[in-house]
Design a protein around this ligand. Sequence first.
Ligand code: ATP
Ligand code: MG
Length: 208
Amino acid sequence: MSETDELAGLSEEERRHKLRTQKHKAVVDARIATAKVDKGLLLVLTGNGKGKSSSAFGMVARMLGYGRKVAIFQFIKGKQDVGERAFLSRQPGVTWENCGEGFTWETQNRARDIAAAEAGWEKARAALSDPEIALVVLDELTYLVTYRYLDLDEVTKALRERPAMQHVVVTGRAAHADLIEMADTVSAIRDEKHAFRAGVRAQQGIDL
Ligand code: ATP
Ligand code: MG
């Protein structure tokens, strides 16, 4: 069908819409055609708004959909039971490690927190050198760097030297500038509103 035939019989408004969307599609298609690189990505999901860890687990679900292996390291919230752990830790292809003793204001023991962080990091480092693992989630890792429980240079070195096609998602508030700098994709989620401030406690399936 020629362009004239395609536009025949359309109202002026429909015609204008068609021409506008055609132009838009050409721009989008041209942009997509220029993106040809495949590589393991480092993503940093930070900011004070809700949606960092749950986004990471969305990518875990995607990756598992391709039958690939995923390793998840949950730092900080070691003792808390969350729905994603109950579900994901029993899926084939998933390694789940809880590497935290709980929030610092609950443990109130810096030495124990550091020991837990270091033990967790040792396991994470092994995953970061295993090319069979397609996606590594370092949930709440940002705090360990900020509180200096882990050495920043050691963390960035392991991230830089990981297998070329391995993807890594780091979550947590106040990500260090160096992590943001080296990441390929960074999203800072803004806290516009949170139900907690209206007195709503954490809801199963939404918050944990
Ligand atoms: P989620 O796991 O829901 O994606 P998150 O990873 O972005 O959240 P965290 O800082 O890890 O956020 O906190 C996790 C828990 O704290 C969740 O129960 C979440 O609903 C809650 N939470 C997140 N942001 C806020 C906020 N700004 N105020 C109050 N509670 C929050
Ligand atoms: Mg989180």
